[in-house]
Design a protein around this ligand. Structure first.
Ligand SMILES: Nc1ncnc2c1ncn2[C@@H]1O[C@H](COP(=O)(O)OP(=O)(O)O)[C@@H](O)[C@H]1O
Ligand SMILES: N[C@@H](CCOP(=O)(O)O)C(=O)O
Length: 339
């Protein structure tokens, strides 16, 4: 991996081992008796089958079939458990507005957040569909349209959680990976963060609201061209709407070299803008926001590989993809947005 210098003392040391090839995700096994008795707290039917899901990365996830419906049971293995009420409130709120999110089931007493096997637990409806690896234009439009709707209603959500991956986080964390970067990449990262500080010097300027914070393709489910659901809201927070949009465009509309693919870009943004036009400041800062969110993932992935590897046997995501995207966005300069 060209961006890296030196050999860290972790097992993650090459692009061939990056995520996409193998994952595992049941860290806390459950037996049928535990799940059957858990289901009695809800009005959701009796257990028929329960199966661990092998594609998650942070929590233990189970597909649960009852005699009435299909459900997903999540046990929270890591993260700040005192932040779970924020996620429950956010999902309840978006569900009330009929956005395609898994609104958590509430038990017979009206409580969503539970405990099972000593872990915080939530039960969700199982949403239809598969993650799109190579989204077509109809799927990009569907996502842009739903994200625009989500941002419009999210501006009125009254929960609050600071963005854990904003510019303050970049500033505080980037030095931790310097030892693993070439001098050229150290300069790239440092210069970029300096320019974000100048560009985003007025924190009140951009519209804010509830955002997903990590809306990659593998956090969506598509049933054909229909968006069946948006999942994994655990990076959800109160933040700049443009930050969320830029994360989406970088993941959904970049080619293998990191360049924007015009057709996907226009399909996604065109549909989004129909729902929520951007302000003048957002239009001006768009190229910078694409760069900042690319660097956000370059850095968070480097931190996972070199500084803070996960406790479980998981392969990490490839940081190089986002270094390439960052370089491509810098090279592209000012980027025209659909009207
Ligand atoms: N509500 C849901 N409906 C359908 N599938 C789901 C749902 N929630 C999670 N999944 C499936 O479980 C997998 C792991 O869930 P996720 O919340 O992404 O876990 P992790 O945070 O551990 O990565 C997802 O990739 C998806 O395939
Ligand atoms: N989807 C992300 C992982 C989540 O980001 P993090 O900053 O919470 O680790 C990725 O693809 O890297």
């Amino acid at each position: 991996m060209q961006a890296l210098q030196g050999r860290p003392s972790t097992r993650y040391n090459g692009p061939l081992g990056y995520q996409g090839e193998n994952t595992m995700a049941v860290f806390t096994p459950l037996d049928d008796a535990q799940v059957a008795s858990f289901l009695e707290r809800f009005d959701a039917g009796r257990l028929i089958a329960c199966e661990g899901v092998a594609s998650g990365t942070e929590n233990s996830t189970f597909f649960v079939t009852t005699d009435r419906r299909e459900l997903v049971l999540t046990l929270f293995e890591q993260g700040e458990h005192d932040e779970l009420p924020f996620f429950v409130d956010l999902l309840d709120y978006l569900d009330e507005y009929r956005l395609p999110v898994p609104g958590p089931l509430h038990d017979r007493r009206g409580v969503a957040l539970q405990s099972l096997a000593g872990k915080p637990a939530l039960l969700f409806p199982r949403l239809p569909g598969k993650h799109p690896e190579s989204p077509n234009l109809a799927q990009c439009r569907a996502l842009g349209d739903t994200l625009g709707r989500m941002h419009k209603v999210g501006q009125h959500f009254d929960g609050h959680r600071p963005n854990p991956r904003d510019l303050n986080w970049l500033l505080a964390s980037h030095h931790q990976v310097y030892a693993y970067l070439t001098p050229a990449d150290q300069a790239l990262m440092g210069d970029e963060i300096d320019s974000y500080q100048s560009a985003f010097d007025d924190p009140d300027r951009l519209p804010t609201g509830a955002i997903h914070g990590d809306l990659f393709r593998d956090n969506t489910l598509f049933d054909g061209d229909r968006l069946g659901g948006i999942i994994d809201f655990y990076n959800g927070c109160s933040g700049e709407l443009l930050f969320d949009l830029a994360i989406v465009v970088n993941d959904w509309a970049s080619d293998a070299h990191g360049h924007l693919e015009p057709a996907r870009h226009d399909a996604l943004l065109g549909a989004y803008l129909q729902r929520r036009p951007l302000s003048d400041a957002e239009r001006r800062l768009w190229p910078m926001m694409l760069r900042m969110t690319a660097l956000r993932y370059w850095l968070s992935r480097l931190l996972v590989v070199y500084v803070d590897p996960p406790a479980h046997e998981l392969t990490p995501h490839d940081p190089e993809r986002f270094r390439r995207i960052l370089k491509a966005r810098i090279a592209a300069g000012a980027l025209p947005l659909p009207a």
